[in-house]
Design a protein around this ligand. Structure first.
Ligand SMILES: [Zn+2]
Length: 106
């Protein structure tokens, strides 16, 4: 799953690199990094922010009932189905679809 998302990011970055900008008669050749670096930064930010938001939630393991918060980098690229996400349980080490804990008692 991580490989697939990295591949799509790479493909997107490559697709955006062939980019010419025209202002009237003036033609600018935009270096690839002018497009690629902001794109990479935006994607990286989205990846980290998304991951941090997910890692704030608690998930319950369907096998042993262990409640845990996933690491943000694991959460960011985890496979998800609606609110449920596939995580490796830190307690029983089984990889399964974990539901978020919905009761927010703080
Ligand atoms: Zn478990």
């Amino acid at each position: 799953m991580k490989g697939i998302s990295l591949l799509s990011v790479l493909a997107l970055t490559l697709a955006l690199t062939s980019c010419d900008v025209h202002f009237g008669d003036v033609h600018y050749d935009v270096p690839w990094w002018v497009v690629a670096i902001p794109t990479a930064l935006i994607l990286l930010t989205a990846f980290i922010v998304g991951g941090i938001i997910i890692s704030k939630k608690k998930y319950v393991c369907p096998n042993c009932g262990h409640v845990f918060s996933p690491k943000f980098y694991k959460a960011a690229y985890s496979v998800h189905l609606n609110d449920d996400r596939v995580f490796k349980c830190p307690h029983c080490k089984k990889r399964d679809l974990c539901s978020p804990v919905r009761s927010n008692k703080k």
